[in-house]
Design a protein around this ligand. Structure first.
Ligand code: A3P
Ligand code: MG
Ligand code: MG
Ligand code: MG
Length: 331
């Protein structure tokens, strides 16, 4: 008997793996080839290459499924970016992807251009933590399937994160299917037999807890997290790392808490920055809400329109943390 979403998981794992290996090879080669997006955030050859290969796989396996991805090819089609596009094409062809013409590559990338909610869709962040990628630190390739507003499959490729089972191996793929648990396995070699379950901690005492947060103080208020830590008696230094690798860290019990505290009132979190990580942590035993303690709503389009910030814990620490945010006037 096949398990629910077995074929979706199989395709998602293969796609994220392929993209993670391409990102890894681009990261070892490039330093400064960045396109600046309209919102001034960076995007690299690897972001586009990753979105192209994953969308290509999804298009082949599940042609009817929309993909809400972070990137689109609009800027790549501008003549001033022709050289940049050529580099993406060449990266994909070196990776052994057939039919790589500039037009085909743009059309794969644009397959990820859905922006509105439907009852079954994928959401993709081809590189989450692009700033971490450029610093040669942490980043993640994140893919999730959402059905009727519920995250049912989540896959997170973390090419620079040590494998929980064997810290000498760098590069881990995490995955979860709703109701089936959360797992980690080495990105290489290709051997899904070695996947092992991950679990969040059972820490109940804030003085023994560790939290993690973004490296970027523009993405999450470090001042507010310090205030909360002081109030709750958290003594350990926070772990700062980029991307949804933070969800993996809580999921595998290396931290008890991940705080993402709004830096400005109007900002709405993007679904691709969270979907895979949320399922991973929930299936590992943890809890995820916004700063008000409300569940994240993945049926609002590409943004978490009804939520502010994100709070992730092992579950046990959740109520007190949410209450403290309120008491301090942060939520
Ligand atoms: N003002 C803001 N508040 C919260 N998140 C933001 C933000 N501006 C950008 N981001 C998101 O922060 C993500 C990175 O998260 P982190 O800082 O935890 O690594 C970015 O993803 P990308 O790197 O995919 O663009 C981007 O979507
Ligand atoms: Mg980005
Ligand atoms: Mg992101
Ligand atoms: Mg991204």
């Amino acid at each position: 008997m096949t398990k629910p979403y077995e074929s979706e998981l199989h395709i998602a794992l293969a796609a994220v793996k392929q993209a993670s290996l391409i990102c890894r090879s681009v990261q070892s080669a490039i330093t400064d080839e960045v396109l600046e997006k309209k919102d001034k955030s960076p995007v690299t050859i690897a972001d586009f290459s990753s979105q192209a290969v994953i969308c290509r796989e999804l298009l082949q396996a599940f042609p009817a499924d929309p993909v809400i991805g972070e990137e689109d090819a609009a800027e790549l089609k501008e003549s001033e970016n022709q050289e940049f596009l050529e580099k993406i094409v060449s990266e994909l062809s070196v990776a052994g992807i057939p039919d790589t013409t500039p037009e085909q590559v743009c059309s794969w990338i644009d397959h990820g251009g859905a922006k509105t909610y439907s009852n079954r869709f994928w959401t993709l962040d081809p590189i989450d933590g692009t700033k971490g990628f450029l610093r040669k630190e942490q980043y993640a390739v994140s893919l999730a399937l959402i059905v009727d507003g519920k995250i049912v499959v989540g896959v997170l490729g973390c090419p620079n994160l040590a494998c929980p089972e064997d810290q000498s191996v760098t590069g881990t793929i995490y995955y979860a299917v709703a109701g089936q648990g959360a797992f980690a396995m080495p990105l290489e070699p290709d051997n899904s037999q070695v996947s092992s379950p991950i679990h969040s901690t059972t820490t109940q005492d804030f003085s023994e807890s560790r939290f993690c947060e973004s490296v970027e103080s523009g993405h999450s208020s470090h001042g507010h997290s310090q205030q909360i830590a002081a109030q709750l008696g958290i003594e350990k230094d926070p772990r700062r790392l980029d991307s949804q690798a933070k969800y993996a860290i809580v999921g595998q019990g290396e931290a008890d808490i991940y705080m993402r505290l709004p830096t400005r009132a109007g900002y709405r979190e993007k679904i691709w920055d969270h979907a895979a990580g949320v399922l991973l942590v929930e299936e590992a035993g943890g809890t995820v809400t916004d700063i008000h303690g409300k569940p994240l709503e993945f049926d609002q389009g590409y943004e978490l329109a009804n939520n502010q910030g994100v709070i992730v814990t092992n579950g046990l620490l959740h109520p007190k943390l949410i209450q403290t945010l309120k008491e301090l006037g942060i939520s």
